[in-house]
Design a protein around this ligand. Structure first.
Ligand SMILES: [Zn+2]
Length: 244
């Protein structure tokens, strides 16, 4: 191979070594907390105290779905309250190994189909999981719904994008910090469901591109695209209760 062909890639590699992601980070704007934010106090969160030993330094933002079909008759606040209560009661009502005590919600944020972002567990503490991965450092962002069976709404995805951009800026993270549950707990889960996981595939990930737009001070140009082949077609905001 002659020198001409070698030169461009080598220059690229050198720039990457010298500047890493700081070239992009230098152009990032200050990102405000998304406006449709509901604090833990506002929705009436009642966590138990979490042991000091579980304090952590946020390093990653990891996306989840609830894995429970969302139907239009549901109330997001009731859903979150029930999840918090269930976590605290797991030792009584769940079988091993799922009977561990969760003093608070397993996730740091939960996003409703209408785009509202509910504050969950304090950011100062590591999350909970039924799968095995190093929990410390992860901030869990859950989208209500089951994206194996239904599609997220535009409002929900836009809130996720703006929330993740805010967290990336707040903790001075790189875009590589963004991931999904199935990517960090490989082979253990299909979370966050194929119709949401699709935005975390290919090069570059669409989700990262949308987050980058927010970090550059622009509105994210989110296009959720056509349904996947053999994938869910029903929108989360249009899913009626199933006949029992
Ligand atoms: Zn998950």
């Amino acid at each position: 191979m002659n020198r001409f062909y070698l030169k461009a890639p080598i220059t690229g590699v050198l720039l990457l070594i010298l500047f890493g992601n700081d070239v992009a980070a230098a152009e990032w704007v200050e990102v405000a907390r998304p406006p449709n934010f509901v604090s833990a106090q506002e929705w009436g969160s009642q966590p138990d105290p979490i042991p000091e030993a579980r304090k952590h330094q946020p390093k990653y933002v990891t996306l989840h779905h609830a894995g429970v079909l969302w139907t239009v008759d549901r109330d997001p606040v009731e859903f979150i309250r029930n999840m918090q209560l269930w976590g605290k009661r797991r030792p009584e009502i769940e079988q091993p190994p799922r009977n561990t005590y969760w003093p608070d919600l397993p996730y740091h944020f939960l996003i409703a189909p209408d785009g509202r972002i509910f504050e969950g567990r304090s950011l100062d503490y590591e999350p909970e999981s039924n799968t095995n991965y190093e929990l410390a450092g992860h901030l869990g962002v859950e989208l209500m719904g089951n994206f194996e069976e239904q599609r997220p709404s535009l409002e929900q995805v836009e809130s996720a994008v703006r929330l993740v951009a805010w967290l990336v800026a707040k903790y001075d993270l790189h875009l590589e910090a963004i991931s999904t549950h199935s990517l960090v707990a490989k082979g253990q889960t299909s979370c966050p469901g194929r119709d949401f996981s699709r935005y975390f595939e290919g090069s570059p990930w669409q989700f990262k591109s949308w987050v980058t737009q927010v970090l550059l001070g622009k509105d994210p140009q989110i296009d959720l695209g056509q349904p996947l082949e053999n994938g869910p077609t029903e929108l989360i905001t249009e899913t009626k209760p199933r006949d029992k």
